[in-house]
Design a binder for this molecule. Structure first.
Ligand code: ATP
Ligand code: MG
Length: 427
């Protein structure tokens, strides 16, 4: 039989790693709360058409990275490659954009059939943030400030902000013509991907990761010279807020996004410590997308953070220790039922206590080994002796304090005091 293995590029996150994930997710959730963004939970599967219409046929995602399959009724479905499309679909479907603004976030796995490498998986996780109904640069700034606050909370210093404005559709069309002229006159230097993009979506040649293309890209005309006044003012006002908040950034006139629906503000947060896959967070404005799906025009701005890349970077010194407080040793058949009930009673009396009850019998010696390995502070021992006297022996696993014996009736009091945990007062 073939060896059992996960699908290439899709990883298990094992129990040694989940505390870091939980810490990261909680830090981000708390931050989103601080800014009053609300969580929305979306399906992992959507109709393929949604992504084609939202992201654009000529993007890498739609043209070569989607996991699409036929449903039983032959309609084509796709594992979501990103969250914006589903969020917009849900907002339109439930009328969330009518005469109201929304600040939303979602998280979960995304799927893209890319070449797996460091920082690039086929199943990866994002936390995405989207705001709808706001035209001004204040909300763009808010989202960038949120990111900056998050990096601080995670102790990340070496992460740089790049921003750009892609202008309105009209100014992008003008720029497009100029770019086509430039790249067409250097056709010989274009790689295969860029030749296709030249025909279909020339702006995205600027997004090429191919090192051989970089000098040609650096020589390309930039959009800032052709930016319309509305976008230029919007961009200037955004920069003013960022300057006021002392957020450092670089204006990168060649920064474009891989997705078709972006205009005006785009931004990326990039770390130097991740090698080629340095972008931890990417986002921008997509004012045309809601209307593109047939609903009333609704301005929108959002970003997504790649959690695998962020986990690589974050400093996890402050992670709370999730070892149990107590390991309950239970010796002898007779002690099993009272032991289990005692543990339940303690959980009622001290809701925050973490008790690992020994299951499966075995000698005291082997139980002690497990108690020690569990990281628990105290071992509670219920053997035949203790059972007869309605008592427990308490052994300190991390200090030299001498062991002691205590009556069941005094246990909750004793533990809440010695572990500094809140007990529910007895009636
Ligand atoms: P890249 O240029 O690295 O392919 P992208 O432009 O395709 O990124 P977005 O669609 O903007 O990425 O997604 C936002 C973030 O999600 C990225 O900045 C990155 O942190 C993360 N991300 C995207 N694709 C992957 C992947 N295959 N594996 C891990 N993280 C990813
Ligand atoms: Mg990509």
């Amino acid at each position: 039989m073939a060896k059992l293995q996960a699908v290439r590029g899709m990883h298990d996150i094992l129990m040694h790693d989940t505390p870091r994930w939980q810490f990261l997710e909680k830090t981000i959730r708390d931050l989103l709360d601080q800014y009053s963004y609300q969580e929305i939970r979306l399906p992992i599967v959507e109709k393929t058409e949604l992504f084609k219409r939202s992201i654009g046929d000529n993007t890498d995602i739609v043209s070569k990275e989607m996991y699409s399959f036929d449903d039983r009724n032959d309609s084509s479905l796709t594992l979501r490659p990103e969250g914006t499309a589903g969020c917009v679909r849900a907002g339109i479907e439930h009328g969330l954009f009518h005469n109201q603004t929304q600040r939303l976030w979602y998280s979960g796995p995304m799927f893209r059939h890319e070449r797996p490498q460091k920082g690039r998986q086929r199943q990866f996780h994002q936390i995405g943030v989207e705001a709808f109904g706001f035209n001004g640069p204040d909300i763009d700034a808010e989202q960038i400030l949120m990111c900056a606050r998050l990096w601080k909370a995670l102790n990340l210093n070496d992460i740089n902000l790049e921003i750009n404005s892609l202008g309105t559709t009209e100014s992008r069309l003008k720029y497009r013509a100029i770019l086509v002229e430039y790249f067409s006159s250097h056709k010989g230097q274009l790689d295969e991907d860029s030749l296709v993009r030249l025909e279909q979506n020339p702006l995205r040649i600027l997004d090429s990761k191919n090192p051989d293309m970089q000098s040609l890209i650096q020589g390309a005309p930039t959009l800032d010279e052709h930016l319309d006044t509305e976008s230029a003012d919007h961009f200037a006002a955004l920069r003013e807020i960022l300057d006021g908040a002392e957020i450092e950034y670089t204006v990168n006139p060649r920064l474009v996004r891989g997705l078709d629906y972006y205009g005006k503000t785009v931004f990326e947060w990039i770390s130097n410590q991740l090698g080629a896959q340095g972008t931890v967070c990417a986002g921008g404005r997509y004012d045309g997308l809601v209307e593109h799906h047939g609903a009333s025009a609704t301005p929108a701005v959002g970003f997504a953070i790649g959690l695998e890349r962020l986990i690589e970077l974050a400093n996890f010194e402050n992670i709370p220790n999730n070892a149990p407080h107590i390991y309950l040793l239970i010796s002898g058949e007779q002690a099993i039922k009272p032991g289990m009930l005692l543990a339940e009673q303690l959980r009622n009396q001290i809701p925050s206590i973490k008790i690992l009850s020994h299951c499966g019998g075995g000698s005291f010696k082997s139980q002690f080994k497990k108690a020690d390995k569990s990281g628990a502070q105290l071992a509670l021992i219920l053997g035949e002796d203790e059972l007869q006297k309605n008592q427990l022996t308490i052994k300190y696993l991390r200090t030299n304090e001498p062991q002691t014996v205590i009556n069941w009736s005094e246990l909750a009091n004793f533990l809440s005091t010695s572990l500094s945990l809140q007990a529910i007062p007895s009636k």
